[in-house]
Design a protein around this ligand. Sequence first.
Ligand SMILES: Nc1ncnc2c1ncn2[C@@H]1O[C@H](COP(=O)(O)OS(=O)(=O)O)[C@@H](OP(=O)(O)O)[C@H]1O
Ligand SMILES: Nc1ncnc2c1ncn2[C@@H]1O[C@H](COP(=O)(O)OP(=O)(O)O)[C@@H](O)[C@H]1O
Length: 620
Amino acid sequence: MALPIAAESRKELLRLATAGSVDDGKSTLIGRLLYDSKSIFTDQMESIERTSAERGDEYANLALLTDGLRAEREQGITIDVAYRYFATPRRKFIIADTPGHVQYTRNMVTGASTADLAIVLIDARKGVLEQTRRHAFLSSLLGIPHLVLAVNKMDLVDYSQARFDEIRDEFASFASKLTVTDLTFIPVSALLGDNVVTPSANMDWYHGAPLLDHLEEVHIASDRNLIDARLPVQYVIRPQRGDGSDHRSYAGTVAGGTFAPGDEVVVLPGGFTTTIDRIWAPGGVEVAQAFPPMAVSVSLRDEIDITRGEMIARPNNRPWVGRDVDAMVCWFSDDSTLRPGNRYVVSATTASVRAQITTLNYRLDINTLHRDETAEALSVNQIGRVTLHAQQPLMFDAYRRNRDTGSFILVDEATNTTVAAGMISGPVDHQSTIVWHGSKVSPDQRPYRGATIWLTGLSGSGKSSIAVEVERRLVAAGRPAYLMDGDNLRHGLNSDLGFGDDDRRENIRRTSEVASLFADSGSVAIVSLISPFAAERRRAREIHAAAGLPFFEVFVDTPLAECERRDPKGLYARARRGEVKQFTGIDSPYERPTDAEIVVTPDHGSPTDIADAIIRDLGL
Ligand SMILES: Nc1ncnc2c1ncn2[C@@H]1O[C@H](COP(=O)(O)OS(=O)(=O)O)[C@@H](OP(=O)(O)O)[C@H]1O
Ligand SMILES: Nc1ncnc2c1ncn2[C@@H]1O[C@H](COP(=O)(O)OP(=O)(O)O)[C@@H](O)[C@H]1O
């Protein structure tokens, strides 16, 4: 016999969001659902009955159930969303209960972003109001697949079918402008229980299901995207000595499609292709298939260096990979505004990347759907369409295709707070209008196969001295080779860049791209760049890997003290005196490479000795 707990966990979960103000009877409706489905504990019920009697309420005031909880949680919580849990024999439910006033747009965005179904309440006496339209619009913007219009307080309009029909027609004409796929109207009285859990004896003209039946029956299994296989890598599990495993595995929550052992996959953004070896569910149980929203770990047939934030997909069905994204954002922060030029960290699936807002295309009035194209900023609870530019490629889908891989949050790095939520429309247009023109020359038609030798190290470590010797030897041997020295590039290609972190990243990015073009042409690109950041060096490697080009990192590991002693340009002395700011090793970081192909130290001899060794070791 199955244990009850197992039966419980097998039940399908429906995430439901309710929007509306207290006056519409939202709290009473939720209370009624909990009460009539026997989800309230007896002691809670007794206290509600007692308080209702004290207040002189005619009926047990079920709103007290949710309002009481709200008062508790108001302390110290900025985003006011209460999650309630209840279950019936057929399904489990999580209700995200969000207050409905205009200033609570951010709450609704937070609470409803993962919902399968939204209930929008209408007071039958008042009909369709501005806030009804606002809630319906937000539900559609958030891509909630099922929308229920609960026309409440039917007892106060004599259970009139005519009034219900009037409201339904008015709302349906507005909803036709939205992308609502499944719309259901239910006449209810939350206070008296009509059509909430049990069918109403007062509305025999209504032949549909009561609300709870609808919630139990609405078909949600196919709402998830089961086509586009996506596994954002959350962390890497390395084999422990002695535990019998011989493979690294990659853990994450499946965000779309299905994965099975033997499937060919691509790891993005690097572009390596391999095959899934095995898949485990939590607890180490091996499974034959993974689908959303399963948390799994997978092992791959080839050893590939994968880190958090990368994505496993299918070679013939990839997410977009790009830096420029077009999105709708809802601004959350009371303390700041969104403006073009502002910089944030974009957190999308498991990746976090720095990005800048490039444009605010318009601000949307969520009551009228009017687009204000003259808007210069978004403040709290406002929604607008923006484009942003990320410093590293993001992997994403359109939100309407996949709510997990199509959404992100913006984090203010200075305060480490979430300032916005975003829903991606797609890559910025200019990208989709640019096509890749393939060359008619294949790599083996070129006289030489190119490569990049990337020298990294502190200023004065000896990068340039070694690089010029490598270039000289290769050219003398008849190989096309070309030296790209950071100092020299900063005179032309990178003359607009300084030494702040962002500028250095851009410096490394541009140099990576140019080096890969040289390598692609059959030349050996020799780069001599401090390149202090591990992520950007890694990105340089990935750019080459994606194009199938060899990339060799050479870490010129000369201790800071020795570089400072050499100080060929007198820059260390000036940095110590504070005349040169953000100098690497002094007041700007250098992240030491951990996976360089070659590490050279001063013990290895003169630059010429080292150049000889590099050429020999790399087989060039
Ligand atoms: N603040 C500060 N920090 C580091 N380096 C400085 C700075 N200001 C000027 N220089 C000179 O610029 C050279 C480094 O440029 P890079 O393009 O290699 O640097 S980076 O990769 O963008 O960090 C570097 O050249 P090398 O000594 O050949 O490394 C310095 O001479
Ligand atoms: N292997 C080495 N042994 C001793 N001195 C070296 C070595 N490599 C470079 N140097 C000296 O160190 C100084 C800085 O070298 P440089 O190539 O300009 O460094 P970087 O390009 O890393 O700033 C130069 O004076 C150079 O002669």
